[in-house]
Ligand binder design. Structure first.
Ligand code: GLA
Length: 441
């Protein structure tokens, strides 16, 4: 006799595999360029011919990514955000179409981006309208009746799109975890691998609703969980503070294929000092956050450009273990962040360490912490996860362990060597950061 309970149990086990995002993408944090923070919803191409959301903007940024060597370092995605479509769907077919004056051919844009070896991303919304009042993927906020998930996914696949950001304005946040994940399934069903970037956790966060992180991790390649970054140090700090408050949760759900997205890099824009830009880059890299620049690559100053192309920082960001770097120590205005990275020696990791100085007064200062304290705190927190737990017992014992210390902002130059029982002293500027790599010998 067939045991129905047995079948039900096996089906239940199979089901997540059928719907889970299994697109093999984003094994390291995705990198690229995204229009939103810098170009917002500028659609007046007469007044702002080189700064409006149109095909030319994305083509010129793509060309710049290649010409200036960003692409080679991993900046691969060129992402359209809001304001690309017509105000309404096609009346007879319900199809989404790009604004014809600004995007004469989405397919031609994708072909151009691909011919440069890059990937094209596009934007939609798990509500009835996007944040800037363009059509969303839903017709109702209560249920999936009349949704456009499959037909829009098909349209994107036909245009050869590689990444899709699913925003959450005009969305019912109380029902987000039922209404939004099926869009990922629709994307998968097209057979074209498209990165799925989810925003509903940020909208749940806004309303103080709980987020089902296991679901998000299973269904999304990356996701926003906090508000929009803007071009100011205050905004960067607010983002840092939210991520630090949530770091235990983040650590547990962040890794290859699925990433918390701290939002765009605003390096090379108007609002940050040179030191603040370094701090911003250092923290996004130690977190293994996706790195999407939002700036004008045609006009960016040399120093910001060099910072964005710092291969030593990028290497930390792209470390294959994909561990979220943690804030492990705080003394006054100074915060210490640490992240295990390769190379491993006897199965024990090396480390990237950031000293973030939040003072807004005074001169650069030498700051010193016992290395063992930094590493011990880091491993104590990591031991919450079975995967990294053995490091606590195996990697802290031998005081004679030696590390090479390299200055990542200074072309990886070697500062010296440090034993596990030594002091890590670095000079940090107000609202600035230092970042070093400790390679286990
Ligand atoms: C929201 C998102 C932003 C951007 C805008 C577009 O605010 O969080 O990243 O996509 O919408 O309107």
């Amino acid at each position: 006799m067939i045991k129905w309970s047995l079948i039900a149990c096996c089906l239940a086990q199979l089901l997540p595999q059928l719907v889970a995002l299994d697109n093999g993408l984003a094994l390291t944090p995705p990198m690229g360029w995204l229009a939103w923070e810098r170009y917002v919803c500028e659609t007046d191409c007469n007044k702002y011919p080189n700064e409006c959301i149109d095909q030319g903007l994305f083509e010129s940024m793509a060309e710049q990514l290649v010409a200036d060597g960003y692409a080679q370092l991993g900046y691969q995605y060129v992402n359209i955000d809001d304001c690309w479509s017509k105000r309404e769907r096609e009346p007879t077919t319900g199809q989404l179409s790009p604004d014809p004056a600004r995007f004469p051919s989405m397919r031609a844009l994708a072909d151009k981006i691909h011919s440069l070896g890059l990937k094209l991303g596009i934007y939609g919304d798990c509500g009835t309208r996007t944040c800037q009042n363009f059509p969303g993927q839903l017709e109702s906020n209560e249920n999936l009746t009349g949704n456009h998930f499959e037909s829009d996914a098909q349209t994107f696949a036909e245009w050869q799109i590689d990444s899709f950001k699913f925003d959450g304005c005009y969305m019912n946040a109380n029902k987000a975890s039922q209404l939004c994940p099926p869009m990922g399934v629709a994307l998968n069903k097209t057979g074209r691998a498209m990165l799925f970037s989810c925003s509903w956790p940020a909208y749940e966060n806004d309303l103080h609703l709980p987020t089902n992180w296991t679901l998000v991790e299973e269904r999304c390649n990356l996701w926003r969980a906090f508000g929009d970054i803007e071009d100011s140090w205050q905004s960067v700090l607010e983002t840092i503070d939210w991520f630090v408050r949530k770091q235990d949760i983040i650590l547990a759900h962040h890794g290859p294929g699925h990433w918390f997205d701290a939002d765009q890099l605003v390096i090379g824009d108007f609002g940050l000092s040179r030191d603040q830009e370094r701090a911003h880059m250092a923290i996004w890299c130690v977190w293994a956050s996706p790195l999407y620049m939002s700036n004008d690559l045609r006009k960016i100053n040399k120093e910001s450009s060099r910072l964005l192309r710092n291969k030593w920082l990028i290497e930390v960001n792209q470390d294959p273990m994909g561990i979220f770097g943690l804030m492990v120590l705080q003394a006054g205005q100074l915060q210490v962040f640490a992240k295990p990275v390769g190379p491993l020696r006897n199965s024990c990791p090396s480390y990237a360490i950031v000293y973030l100085d939040r003072r807004t007064l005074g001169n650069g200062k030498f700051v010193s912490f016992p290395l063992i304290k930094i590493i011990e705190r880091l491993h104590a927190k990591l031991s919450a996860l079975p995967k990294w737990a053995s490091w606590y017992s195996d990697c802290l014992q031998d005081n004679s362990t030696v590390f090479n210390v390299n200055d990542l902002f200074n072309d990886n130059s070697k500062i010296g060597q440090l034993k596990l029982n030594g002091q890590l002293e670095l000079r940090v500027d107000p609202s600035g950061a230092q970042m070093v790599k400790l390679t286990r010998l």
